[in-house]
Design a protein around this ligand. Structure first.
Ligand code: ZN
Length: 365
């Protein structure tokens, strides 16, 4: 068995049963999550290292930008497309894409420049890019710490119920990947922090920066590890467990402002494996570039937020369901050696089959 899990594999009957047992299941899941969150909480602020400071609800996309596409203070999560009864379909701006590993004081200071909309009148500075990268790493560190703890609890619990062999089959591989990723993100975080402190220039390479003169109905900020470039060549092999193999991530920001939108893509200057990708990307037509960005965020991340004004027909689009349903959840009964099996799931040439949110306008209904 070696299978990448897609949320769309749940049948109607399974969804109905999930709906029926929603209360029990949510209770179980929230107990497991609470336990994992408690255990994975660092003892000190990840940025200033001070203990006992109150942790802040940091946002991946700044709340002040997300607000621009909110309707009655709420936005859709990608579950509006996947439609699983046990996941949340809409969220308040204040609880969307949050993580808690730095203190309030740090959160109010270390992202200030890039979170200020007026700083997008000009090209973003080196400092702003480093701030975005640093937050993306912190967000992923928070995520991986939580997952590591969650998988450990799940292995222990399933092990007690079904036997160790089954528990390992489901979660061991994911636990291993989480642990390796975590080290990569911590290293990258330290580098971004240093770049800001030392005011290093050109540490990040902004290869795409576009101001669209309308408000897109979607918001995103994060880093993704592209599996393949346009020709199907591997960029990141997430299953490579060598200590010397580092993931090279692509930073993406889609910021809806009051009357326009910013879309930008950048990488760390040492990300050589992304060179073919950005060269080819830069040669594409403007609207095609946006379709690539749209495809990547929807297929690689669950941290995409959508305006509640999006059209119903999108919610039922089959290809959209397929790519949004893609997960990194992998069931394997033996160690996975490389990412070959992912190629037909994550294929950039599928980008034209997907409705492109970056060509749509947020309509404040
Ligand atoms: Zn702090």
């Amino acid at each position: 068995m070696n299978e990448l899990f897609n949320f769309n594999y749940f049948s109607r009957a399974e969804r109905d049963s999930m709906d029926l047992h929603k209360v029990d299941f949510s209770k179980y899941l929230s107990q497991l999550s609470d336990k994992s969150r408690r255990d994975s909480k660092p003892s000190h602020c990840f940025y200033c290292r001070e203990k006992n400071n109150r942790f802040c609800n940091s946002h991946s996309v700044p709340a002040s930008f997300l607000k621009n596409i909110a309707v009655d203070g709420k936005v859709f999560t990608t579950n509006v497309i996947i439609d699983l009864p046990i996941l949340e379909t809409e969220k308040g701006v204040n609880s969307s894409g949050t993580f808690q590993i730095i203190c309030r004081k740090c959160d109010s200071e270390i992202f200030r420049e890039y979170e200020n909309a007026s700083n997008y009148e000009n090209m973003p500075t080196d400092k702003m890019l480093a701030q975005i990268a640093m937050k993306n790493h912190l967000r992923n560190i928070g995520k991986r710490l939580f997952e590591k703890s969650l998988y450990e609890h799940a292995i222990a619990e399933l092990g007690n119920r079904l036997g160790k062999q089954y528990a390992n089959m489901y979660f061991k591989e994911m636990l291993n990947v989480s642990k390796i990723d975590l080290l990569d993100y911590i290293r990258d975080f330290k580098k971004a922090k240093k770049a800001i402190e030392k005011e290093w220039e050109n540490e990040y390479y902004l290869f795409f920066y576009e101001r669209l003169e309308y408000v897109v109905p979607i918001a995103f900020q994060g880093e993704v590890c592209l599996n393949f470039d346009f020709n199907g060549n591997t960029i990141n092999d997430v299953y490579n467990k060598s200590k010397h193999y580092n993931l090279q991530s692509l930073h993406i920001a889609i910021f809806p402002m009051k009357s326009y939108s910013i879309v930008m893509l950048f990488i760390s200057k040492n990300s050589n494996r992304l060179r073919q990708f950005y060269k080819r990307f830069n040669s594409l037509e403007p609207s095609d570039k946006l379709s690539v960005v749209n495809y990547i965020i929807l297929s690689y991340s669950e941290d995409v937020f959508m305006s509640k004004s999006i059209h119903d027909r999108l919610v039922n689009d089959e290809e959209l369901k397929r790519i949004v349903g893609l997960t990194t959840i992998h069931f394997a009964d033996s160690p996975i050696k490389n990412n070959d099996h992912l190629e037909h799931h994550f294929n950039l040439s599928d980008r034209h089959k997907t409705p492109n949110f970056l060509l749509m306008h947020h309509d404040n209904v």
